[in-house]
Design a protein around this ligand. Sequence first.
Ligand code: 5GP
Length: 120
Amino acid sequence: PTQPYDDDNIFARILRGEVPASKVYEDDWALAFHDVAPQAKLHILVIPKGRYVSWDDFSATASAEEITGFIRAVGHVAREHDLVEDGYRLLANVGAHGGQEVPHLHVHLFGGQPLGRMIA
Ligand code: 5GP
């Protein structure tokens, strides 16, 4: 089972405004901001506002409204940055084998350059 949600994780603190972030989009369901250590020319993180550790508890327990709102926000951010024509990549790391470091669900949005086959 998914671990309990830790309210002190760094993205929870960004959501509460306790830690600054370079925000690019926000609505009722999601917040998007630049990754502090970008791995591509454009590297944005999109997170749901709810308390979800990963894709696992989000997909199992979030409401239809939360899921729709979050997924729409991801698409919106990509369109807002004009990424659709050239393309982009979405990635969500889950748990230890996924290499997840921050225990609040986040989707990585990579773009602005050809990305090759994989980004670690
Ligand atoms: P994960 O490995 O959990 O999928 O990715 C976590 C991502 O969050 C990493 O790409 C890392 O650079 C980014 N990150 C970690 N701490 C912060 C922070 O305080 N601010 C921002 N903007 N990004 C962060």
